[in-house]
Design a protein around this ligand. Structure first.
Ligand code: FES
Length: 157
């Protein structure tokens, strides 16, 4: 009787332990990923669902993305109707707005230490998209953007 009552609890605990092991294993795989796997787009960073562009312009209001007001603040995400990841970085003197899918195998690039870094195979890009370090062989695409007191506006084309 006690055995039967305890069984679902044990099963639950085993499942939780298994999920935890998967998560930890996944992290380890991402950190050491030198394989042929296409890395996950959100490896190593936070990904947001961004607003959809209107007439080709993605508007990121500072009220919704306050981190973009700070030098070094950055946001990465996908406008659903656009379907491709975008990254925006406050550079202090302006904004860098680029494609966020690494041209090597598509992982999401992060902003760190003044450059864009791919956590999957460690490609690095300058804020104008140029390759600083491979294995990526093509630069990140850049988007034109404008800013005013209320929002950053990125032309997706
Ligand atoms: S996906 Fe391989 S370096 Fe970015």
């Amino acid at each position: 009787m006690t055995e039967r009552q305890g069984h679902p609890r044990r099963t639950f605990l085993v499942q939780i332990a298994g999920c935890t092991a998967c998560m930890l294993g996944g992290c380890r795989i991402n950190l050491a990923n030198e394989s042929d796997d296409d890395g996950p787009l959100d490896a190593g960073g936070i990904i947001h669902v961004l607003p959809d562009p209107v007439a080709g312009v993605l508007t990121l209001p500072f009220s919704d993305f306050p981190v973009l007001r700070q030098t070094g603040g950055w946001v990465r995400g996908i406008p659903p109707a656009w379907g491709k990841p975008v990254i925006a970085v406050n550079t202090g003197g302006g904004y860098a707005t680029l494609e966020a899918a690494c041209p090597h195998r598509g992982c999401g690039v992060n902003y760190t230490g003044g450059l864009l870094f791919c956590p999957c195979h460690y490609s690095e890009f300058s804020l104008d998209g140029a390759i600083l370090r491979g294995p990526a062989e093509t630069p990140l695409g850049r988007y034109v953007s404008t800013v005013d007191a209320t929002a950053l506006r990125i032309t997706l084309a």
